[in-house]
Design a protein around this ligand. Structure first.
Ligand code: TPP
Ligand code: MG
Length: 324
């Protein structure tokens, strides 16, 4: 049986984590529209298969450095919806104790999760540092990180992949090619159609995968993770998907052609996986609905917990910083 094989329980797990991510996202956007949010927030719609499968392909001892579309990875790796919602609502019980009310800063080193610092693509340099530390210490562990199509045109992307290649670092870089960087379409910021082509310039594997197909995503990520663990060096994975809503909550994305969105809507990662699970007899409609209900209950509980949580005490503002 191949290392990438998924049994029934694992398939239903992937479905559950994607549904939980979508339920969280829908509830978050609704809260913001009701004026109950704090700060800005980024929709995850369309990215669920990528972030969930990547998180699922890692071993607990591996390290993930997710970005702003990777709520699914944070959830799969063990950050509870309660702590994330409390963070979004700026409460003391959130991951950053009210310091950063966003999908940023969700790091928890006890879960081998590095918080996202917002500047793009800085997570790549951090993840490379983590991977190099594993190499120096001879630990069979892997660092995995994510970046966007836009961020992949920034200088650090090149420096990280080149250095990772030269030093054979156990690093996996996933580019979430969602066709847009803010309002800039891909073709206006690079002249090659596939970001994975860039891997050739570093002498490492560059893999293109359908980012809306959770099992394909799991398979290529798992393969890259195990290659890195076995001393085979880094892999660049380009996951093709579509950002189905605006860049962030404030952005109506009027600049995105409606036909493009309609074409991708038909490839919705969760609905497509549902159809597959049903067709393969992995689950029936009732079981999938039951998973959906579980997700609703968890997210309702997380919101209630976050809204009932205290605001941070201003007297503690200097805690958790290096130079108070
Ligand atoms: C250095 C830096 N410049 C600008 C920004 C503001 N910014 C945040 S996300 C973003 C677009 C990123 O596009 P992409 O890399 O394609 O990721 P996506 O949001 O589409 O997932 C920009 C310009 C930033 N966070 N960091
Ligand atoms: Mg993008």
């Amino acid at each position: 049986m191949s290392a990438n094989h998924l049994d029934r329980e694992q398939k239903l797990d992937l479905y559950y984590w994607m549904r939980l991510t979508r339920t969280f996202d829908d509830a978050m956007l609704a809260l913001w529209k009701q004026g109950r949010g704090v700060g800005g927030t980024f929709s995850q719609r369309g990215h669920e298969a990528i972030s969930v499968a990547a998180g699922y392909a890692l071993a607990p001892e591996d390290v993930a450095a997710p970005m702003h579309r990777d709520l699914g990875c944070y959830l799969v790796r063990g950050l509870s919806p309660r702590r994330i919602f409390a963070n979004l609502l700026g409460r003391e019980t959130g991951v950053t104790r009210g310091r950063d009310a966003n999908l940023h800063g969700l790091g928890d080193l006890s879960l081998n999760l590095i918080g996202f610092v917002s500047h793009l693509p800085q997570s790549l340099g951090v993840a490379l540092g983590v991977a190099m530390s594993f190499r120096y210490r001879g630990e069979p562990r892997v660092a995995l990180t994510f970046t966007g199509d836009g961020a992949s045109s920034a200088g650090l992307f090149h420096e990280v992949l080149n250095m990772a290649s030269v030093y054979n670092a156990p690093l996996v870089v996933i580019v979430e090619n969602n066709q847009y960087a803010y309002s800039t379409p891909l073709y206006q910021q690079m002249k090659v159609p596939d970001i994975a082509l860039r891997a050739q310039g570093y002498g490492i594997p560059g893999v293109i995968v359908d980012g809306n197909d959770v099992e394909a995503m799991y398979s290529v990520t798992k393969e890259a993770v195990e290659r890195a663990r076995g001393g085979g060096g880094p892999t660049l994975i380009e996951a093709k998907t579509m950002r189905m809503l605006g860049h962030a909550i404030h952005d109506g994305a009027e600049y995105v052609p409606r036909e493009l969105l309609a074409a991708w809507e038909a490839k919705d990662p969760i609905r497509c996986y549902e159809a597959r699970l049903l067709a393969e007899g992995i689950a029936d409609r009732e079981e999938l609905d039951e998973i959906g209900r579980r997700c609703e209950i968890e997210i309702e509980d997380a919101i209630a917990f976050a809204e009932a949580s205290p605001w941070p005490d201003p007297a503690t503002v200097a805690e958790g910083v290096y130079a108070p």
